[in-house]
Design a protein around this ligand. Structure first.
Ligand SMILES: C[S@@+](CC[C@H](N)C(=O)[O-])C[C@H]1O[C@@H](n2cnc3c(N)ncnc32)[C@H](O)[C@@H]1O
Length: 350
């Protein structure tokens, strides 16, 4: 195994990735990207799949490297972010588009105001989200995706710790965003997403499917960053981000669990988050994508441990290398304080 120090000497030129609109996303690899980019620079490949894209930062870095990128996430919010800045070949929101989104509602819809009164945000913020959505429904693809991604980023930034598990402000971390209107936060987020849009001359795509239903062929390299199955705790993205997932589709087709205080939507099952299912799921995943070079991010406090994971990969691939990178989680829970001492691994299997 290569030690962190061996990798630390390399510098990945973080031109755009350093400006990537920053989402506090559980398990995001912002800090790992430089190491990952170095590991990837030694591997010949042209087409790549980021199969669990989350915040989208890895897919975005691959796009920056000039690769033909396909991203995938089974949640709509991450898939919308990926469409906005990875699939999107250069469309931005103009001042006119933004003025339209900020103008009075076209249809008087009030689902968000009615449903979330007294939770998360003041009424005027909820009214802004309803009204903005009445215009977003009229926008063409990519403009629509940037607008939705910006609404979600605005809402995430105004929520303490960026998660929607509690409805009262348990603490105020002093960030100015907590005191700004969602409208103003939206304007900032649009500027950030617009600045992040670029064309790498390739035909990039953002998918929204269960990873096990993807066509596994046609990728030189696949990057897997599944949710970790921690020894305790859970890796439930819906529990934390239900409001953003709902907002990304205006709750259409989603079921709100009315008996929950947080008004969350129903959980999305994934075998990767469960200690009892994760081994079988990883075996199946590696087998399905065995024709591609497999690059996998994994954390040393997950189940299965790195030795078992190595053996599972060895079952499909002739050569498996493991790199260790220093990693600090951005997720500020008590459990995450434990995880900060844990290292992040990159497996490369060919
Ligand atoms: C650890 S996060 C990925 C983080 C990402 N690499 C980043 O840097 O932000 C795992 C992601 O996998 C997605 N996911 C979980 N199970 C999935 C499945 N069965 N199919 C597709 N996506 C899944 C989750 O929605 C989550 O966004």
């Amino acid at each position: 195994m290569l030690a962190a120090e061996d990798l630390a000497q390399y510098r990945y030129p973080l031109y755009r990735t350093s400006n990537y609109p920053r989402l506090r996303y559980m398990g995001s690899k912002y800090r790992v990207v430089p190491y990952l980019a170095h590991v990837l620079s030694d591997i010949p490949f042209d087409t790549a799949l980021d199969a669990f894209s989350g915040s989208g930062v890895v897919g975005y870095a691959l796009k920056e490297m000039g690769k033909q990128v396909t991203t995938n996430d089974f949640l709509n919010w991450p898939a919308t972010v990926a469409r906005a800045i990875i699939e999107n070949p250069g469309v931005t929101l103009t001042m006119d588009d933004v003025e339209t989104i900020l103008s009075p509602t076209v249809d008087g819809r009030d689902f968000i105001r009615r449903t979330f009164t007294g939770l998360y945000f003041p009424d005027e913020d909820h009214a802004f989200l309803d009204s903005a959505w009445s215009h977003i429904d009229q926008l063409p693809v990519y403009k629509r995706d940037i607008a939705i991604a910006a609404l979600c980023l605005a809402a995430a930034r105004k929520q303490p710790r960026g998660v929607f598990t509690v409805t009262s402000f348990r603490y105020d971390d002093g960030r100015r965003q907590l005191r700004m209107s969602l409208r103003d936060l939206f304007l900032e987020a649009v500027a950030e997403y617009n600045a992040a849009v670029f064309d790498n001359g390739r035909d990039n795509r953002a998918l929204c499917q269960d990873v096990m239903t993807l066509d596994p062929y046609g990728y030189d390299l696949v990057y897997f960053d599944p949710p970790y199955a921690p020894p305790s705790d859970d890796a439930d993205y819906i529990k934390r981000y239900h409001f953003l997932e709902g907002l990304s589709v205006y709750w259409r087709g989603l079921t709100i669990m009315e008996d929950t205080k947080t008004k969350k939507i129903t959980k999305r099952y994934t075998p990767f988050a469960y200690k009892t299912r994760v081994r079988q799921a990883l075996r199946e995943l590696f087998s399905r994508f065995r024709k591609s070079t497999i690059v996998l991010s994994y954390s040393t406090n997950s189940v299965p441990d790195e030795h078992e994971l190595y053996e599972i990969l060895k079952g499909e691939k002739a050569e498996v290398e493991v790199y260790s990178v220093p990693h600090t989680y951005t997720f500020g829970t008590h459990e995450a304080a434990e995880r900060r001492r844990v290292s992040e691994l990159i497996f490369v299997a060919r």
